[in-house]
Design a protein around this ligand. Structure first.
Ligand SMILES: [Fe+2]
Ligand SMILES: [Fe+2]
Length: 198
């Protein structure tokens, strides 16, 4: 079957658009974080934004590989459009990543498999795993920012200044770095990580 006639072709175009938008939303979120002087949070959001643009590139490349250039790709799709505070943005992001990792990409992987594109199915599964980890990070960040516990812990943790490298073990990070005077928002985050599948 001609690739342009498959559902996978449209799914790739949908995914490319979705990942571009996610990358843009997270860059805007990173800006909001910077407005609140949360530098390492902003950096983490920019890293996730970069991940999304790399996903977009992979989907773009698959379209190019199978169909070459296309003047116009017609498809129906809906995309989230959220506005709000930093915490709201992090919450929305968690929900979007959940939808992608638990619903959208697994479905696209199944469709690709059915249509005989094992390589594209594998790509969707790999990207879904990353989005699942993004969901975990956004969930943690939304709660930590909301409750003011980004730099607090029940048990002592190693805190590191991202500017000068100063280190200290405590239940809470310093407000101002004793060495370089950078503010608390420059302290490295403790992002959660759940293992990938075997
Ligand atoms: Fe992504
Ligand atoms: Fe993601």
């Amino acid at each position: 079957m001609q690739f342009e006639k498959t559902e996978t072709f449209k799914n790739l175009a949908r995914s490319f658009a979705g990942e571009c938008q996610a990358g843009m939303r997270y860059q805007m979120l990173a800006k909001l974080a910077m407005n609140e002087k949360l530098k390492t949070l902003s950096d983490a959001l920019r890293t996730i934004a970069k991940n999304e643009t790399l996903h977009a590139t992979q989907f773009f490349n698959k379209i190019q590989e199978k169909a070459g250039s296309c003047d116009n790709i017609e498809f129906d799709a809906g995309y989230p459009f959220h506005a709000g505070t930093l915490v709201e943005g992090l919450k929305f992001a968690e929900r979007d990543e959940k939808d992608e990792s638990e619903d959208i990409y697994p479905t696209f992987a199944q469709t690709a498999q059915k249509e005989g594109f094992n390589d594209i199915a594998a790509l969707y599964r790999m990207v879904a795993d990353v989005e699942r980890q993004h969901k975990i990070i956004f969930n943690y960040l939304a709660n930590a920012v909301k409750s003011g516990t980004l730099y607090k812990s029940d048990k002592p943790l190693l805190w590191i200044c991202s500017e000068c490298g100063y280190m200290h073990v405590a239940n809470e990070a310093w407000k101002i770095c004793p060495l370089c005077k950078a503010e608390q928002g420059y302290v490295e985050l403790h992002l959660p990580f759940e293992g990938v599948r075997e």
